[in-house]
Design a protein around this ligand. Structure first.
Ligand code: PMP
Length: 361
């Protein structure tokens, strides 16, 4: 094959140097995959049945996922036009960022946060403005407000923050949006909302209910609490004008019939699924407490994962976990994220963590 550099096709320079998304290692029979914040419970039989019954896939799906949007609109007490569905909330992030920001524009977000944010800004041709987290691995919202310029077009707030875990409080968020110019899009990414137990946490639905900030769009997903990561379905709630802009940049027909019916069946079984979420949140609290007791500094954990600030040792420690059958998500030089998985994985994580912590400087 010709060397890639010899092919005369032009690629945007910022894309030419952008590495494609790389998924972590898949689990084998001897390992727990705690690297992608997936739901460890098997899908509910009713959901599996709904998916296998959805067999008319010789036809295209409903491009606007009307049945699911109608159901979500009822669920949240909003109009149909105030709900948007796509193949994962990351797709909606991409649509919104592209709709709001282009070359010369700025997109602000906290860092470290969800890895897709810098990637989305680059793909849109916009400039990423990263505002460091505080020492407690929390969003520094006053610093994010101070970073706003007349080029700012979008701001992403992630609560609970992936990968570090803390929430943004309602009071912090309210004070922050009050300072954001009303023509700047604020994306409140609540991918892990259902796992939150801190009563002070921001609640995007409540923010929208006030009607005070039509520039806020709230993102949620069926991937985590509802266990549909493999089917790809997420949703946004917000002002129709912003969601229409997302719909305009969306790749049409991306939400499959199977994804739509699985999400509907999951909403039918919401109580049962939220009971599982409570089990995972309890497991998370036990894991975080035990890790702290073992000497680890673990920030507030409000998603379905915990963060270990392993610094320069991160890759070496992640390898030790890997060798012991626990696949984590390492972020070189910074820390590693461990998802809350199966019950049996908790003891195993604690066992390895206890032996590793002795060797930490
Ligand atoms: N936002 C955050 C903060 C996430 O962690 C993730 C998934 N890792 C997503 C959005 C995207 O999830 P999905 O596309 O599966 O809905």
């Amino acid at each position: 094959m010709t060397d890639a550099a010899d092919i005369p096709i032009r690629v945007r320079p910022e894309i030419a140097v952008l590495p494609p998304y790389k998924q972590g290692r898949q689990a084998d029979a001897n390992a727990f995959k705690l690297s992608s914040n997936e739901n460890p419970f098997d899908p509910l039989p009713g959901v599996v049945e709904a998916v296998s019954d959805a067999s008319s896939f010789n036809r295209y799906p409903d491009a606007t996922a009307t049945r699911l949007r109608t159901r979500l609109a009822e669920r949240f007490g909003v109009d149909l036009a105030e709900v948007h569905v796509a193949s994962g909330s990351v797709a909606i992030l991409a649509q919104l960022v592209q709709a709001a920001a282009g070359p010369g524009d700025e997109v602000i977000y906290a860092w470290r946060s969800f890895e897709a944010y810098p990637w989305l800004a680059v793909v849109a041709g916009a400039t990423a403005v990263q505002v460091p987290l505080t020492d407690g691995a929390r969003h520094d919202l006053p610093a994010m407000a101070a970073a706003i310029t007349d080029r700012t077009r979008a701001i992403i707030v992630c609560s609970p923050n992936n990968p570090t875990g803390p929430i943004v409080t309602q009071a912090e968020f309210d004070a922050f949006v009050a300072e954001v110019p009303s023509d700047v899009l604020v994306i409140l990414d609540e991918a892990y909302a259902e796992f939150v137990t801190d009563p002070d946490a921001v609640n995007g639905v409540r923010v929208l209910e006030t009607g005070a900030h039509p520039n806020v769009v709230v993102l949620r997903t069926f991937s985590k609490a509802f266990g549909l990561a493999g089917l790809r379905v997420g949703y946004a709630l917000g002002h129709p004008r912003l969601l229409d802009a997302a719909r305009s940049t969306a790749i049409p027909l991306s939400v499959t019939l199977q994804a739509e019916v699985a999400a509907l069946a999951s909403l039918d079984a919401e109580d049962e699924l939220l009971e599982r979420v409570r089990v995972i949140a309890d497991r998370r609290d036990r894991l975080a407490t035990a890790l702290r007791e073992a000497g680890w500094s673990v920030p507030q954990a409000q998603g379905n994962f915990v963060w270990l600030a392993t610094g320069e040792e991160t890759l070496a420690i992640a390898e030790q976990f890997d060798a012991a059958g626990i696949i984590v998500r390492p972020f070189a030089g910074d820390g590693m994220r461990v998802s809350v998985g199966e019950e049996e994985s908790v003891e195993k994580v604690l066992g390895i963590a206890a032996s590793v912590v002795k060797d930490l400087p």
